[in-house]
Write a protein that binds this ligand. Structure first.
Ligand code: ADE
Ligand code: ZN
Length: 326
């Protein structure tokens, strides 16, 4: 269709992508074989069939189990390189990519294993594919703030490779207020700040992310719609929301794609972007997320263009570089 051609053709930015969530079943299988890790699946198709979730937690359980096959530097290189090749295929020219250090350090896999793997793939993509990448170090919110502080400290040798810090994992019961000190430390170090908020959690969590953590962007934020004052604030300050349509569907944040509120958020004047979140688990990369909206929500070509432009506007690229894409 015309919209499909438009989506494919437009140069795009991806702002909400968990690299561990881009681990495809085939690579998971191959790495399990390589390291003799036992998976509770009989073959690659069995992995794919297991991807049916009731909520965020049921997904996270599988996501952390899957990440256990990532053991040596080359595994992390392959993971990042596969994703960046996908970016190239889909005309994604800039990606701000989250990684969860604690998912690896808690299993005895250190920064000196995953960071060199990531960095080598990122440099190769910059040189050979012309893709720019920023890394976002994301804290697991089901763990303690002390663990987050230690995680930030251990990253010190790699600070020059990290643009921002974020907050992900189980939202309900783990409000942003739990991480006020570590976010203040990260801000003092010069990092940009993002946090998942208002995916499953209430609008209060979005207020906390804004006022206590002082984030530059909200990841998801679809529950903003429940709080008119919050909507007014997000509009006035043009705080970006990194919305992930297929994720919201797969994690039962919405029952059907046609019920997604993205157009309403956009028409109310918010700076909304479209993103993939965990593409291997949710059935699509960036273009498939745009296509799902084109098919099920009443999107015009002009809406899609606005969403794509918002991706660059909401990025952490220098203002001058952003202008080149707008
Ligand atoms: N970790 C990976 N994907 C996530 C999501 N959508 N929400 C919270 N934590 C995550
Ligand atoms: Zn996410």
């Amino acid at each position: 269709s015309n919209l499909e051609t438009l989506i494919q053709r437009l140069p795009k930015a991806e702002l909400h992508l968990h690299i561990e969530g881009s681990l495809e079943p085939q690579l998971m299988w191959d790495l399990a074989q390589k390291h003799h890790v036992e998976l509770p699946f009989s073959d690659v198709d069995a992995i794919k069939s297991a991807y049916q979730f009731d909520n965020l937690q049921s997904f996270l359980d599988l996501y952390y189990q899957g990440a256990d096959v990532l053991r040596d530097e080359d595994d992390f290189f392959q993971l990042m390189w596969a994703y960046l090749c996908k970016c190239h295929e889909q005309n994604v020219l800039h990606a701000e990519i989250m990684f969860d250090p604690q998912t690896h350090t808690e299993r005895g896999v250190s920064y000196d294993v995953f960071m060199p793997g990531f960095i080598k793939a990122i440099e190769k993509a910059r040189d050979e594919l012309g893709i720019s990448v920023y890394l976002i170090l994301s804290f697991l919110r089901h763990l303690s703030e002390e663990s987050a502080i230690e995680t930030l400290e251990k990253a010190r040798p790699y600070y020059e490779h990290i643009k921002a810090v974020g907050l992900d994992s189980s939202e309900l019961g783990n409000p942003p207020s739990k991480f006020e000190r570590v976010f203040a430390q990260a801000k003092a170090l010069g990092f940009k700040l993002v946090a998942h908020a208002g995916e499953e959690g209430p609008p209060e969590y979005i207020w906390e992310a804004l006022h206590l953590l002082k984030v530059d962007r909200i990841d998801h934020g679809v529950r903003s719609i429940e709080d008119p004052e919050l909507m007014a604030y997000l509009k006035q300050h043009q705080v970006p929301l990194t919305v992930c349509p297929l994720s919201n569907l797969k994690l039962c944040v919405i029952d059907q794609m046609s019920e997604h509120n993205i157009l309403q958020l956009m028409n109310d004047g918010l700076r909304v972007t479209v993103n993939a979140d965990d593409p291997s688990y949710f059935g699509g990369y960036l273009n498939e997320n745009f296509m799902a909206l084109a098919e099920h929500v009443n999107m015009q070509a002009s809406d899609l263009i606005t969403l794509v432009q918002n991706g660059f506007k909401a990025s952490f690229l220098p203002e001058k570089t952003k202008q080149d894409w707008l």
